[in-house]
Design a protein around this ligand. Sequence first.
Ligand SMILES: [Zn+2]
Length: 55
Amino acid sequence: MTIICSACGWLAPTLLSEHGAVRYWRCVCGQWLVSEADAVTATPGNSDFAAVPTS
Ligand SMILES: [Zn+2]
């Protein structure tokens, strides 16, 4: 399984936590990555986690 940071292209973010098939990673650039099975499913930002447009 290879996780690639979508922000900087780093190939080996640090695995911080696992919940079943869901894994939480943090890159050296500060980007968080969430993967499920073998696919990255989310890349929440540092502070804009809830900044989803509602319009
Ligand atoms: Zn990165």
